[in-house]
Design a protein around this ligand. Structure first.
Ligand code: OAD
Length: 260
């Protein structure tokens, strides 16, 4: 377990002096909430399932009902999950620093539910839907007679053109939402503190943001129990779980520990 004493020298001072912190997050931050990662161990989603079938437009077209049901199950399981100490820790930084921006690759809403105010979703959201044919937005509000959110099956059709509704996530081969990516790039270029947390940095162009940050003369902190390509470039690397490292950092700050 990480303790205040194990935090690298100088880290807390850098954090306390920051004007704008960016937290760039991936699936690892939601793992302690019960949401599986993609490439991490046997339960990693893409180590169990073929991403070509579940995360491409062709996969959706060829196996539409099964793909729809899978995303509906994910939507419901995330609805039932709660933010963990990693998400809550990031939200708490807003009380300490002048400006905080969260840039996430995650399609869950756990940062928002933890209280983060400024969250950019680079890979879309399991909670937004649109028509696969005409892109008309679709609101999902199917509930049981008891008021519980339930899976929307059969798959809904677009009220405008009759096309099939698809999840509002970015699939392989699709572009990132342009305005969101532009806002993310602007935040990376403006920040003076950048955290890369719980991401393998294997998926581009999102991962480029971390390497862009590392080229700037700012403090870059990586939090990940495993090594990534950022290890050699980060100012500080905490080989730790997000839900342990973020509370430890906040604890050190609250104790005013200038020795760390
Ligand atoms: P990956 O599954 O590729 O990487 C998860 C990372 O989290 C790994 O580097 C783990 O070591 C790390 N990790 C595991 N547990 C952790 C913990 N408790 N605290 C901190 N880190 C931990 O997930 P991403 O990098 O997010 O795309 O994957 C990028 C994209 O690939 C995803 O956004 C997704 C997927 O295809 C879409 O959904 C469109």
């Amino acid at each position: 377990m990480i303790t205040e004493r194990k935090l690298p020298a100088g880290l807390i001072t850098k954090i306390c002096n920051a004007r704008h912190a960016v937290f760039f997050t991936g699936a690892g931050i939601s793992k302690a909430s019960g949401v599986p990662t993609f490439r991490d161990g046997a339960d990693g989603t893409w180590n169990r399932l073929n991403w070509r079938l579940y995360a491409t437009l062709d996969g959706f077209k060829n196996n539409r009902e099964e793909v729809w049901k899978w995303y509906e199950l994910r939507r419901l399981s995330i609805h039932a999950a709660s933010p963990n100490d990693g998400h809550l820790g990031i939200a708490n930084f807003e009380k300490l620093l002048p400006k905080v921006t969260v840039i996430t690759q995650n399609v869950d809403d756990l940062h928002e539910r933890a209280g983060s105010q400024s969250v950019i979703h680079l890979h879309g959201s399991l909670f937004s839907h649109r028509c696969a044919a005409c892109a008309h937005p679709h609101t999902m509000n199917v509930t049981s007679p008891e008021g519980q959110i339930v899976a929307s099956t059969p798959q809904p059709r677009c009220t405008r053109c009759g096309g099939w509704i698809r999840p509002g996530v970015v699939w392989f081969g699709e572009g990132l939402p342009e305005a969101d990516f532009a806002n993310a790039v602007a935040a990376v270029n403006d920040c003076d503190l950048f955290f890369s947390i719980g991401t393998s940095l294997d998926v581009h162009p999102a991962a480029n943001l971390a390497f862009m940050a590392a080229k700037r003369p700012i403090c870059v902190v990586q939090v990940n129990p495993q090594e990534t390509a950022l290890n050699d470039q980060a100012t500080f690397t905490l080989k730790e779980k997000a839900e342990k490292a973020l509370p430890a950092i906040l604890q050190a700050i609250s104790e005013g520990s200038q020795h760390v």
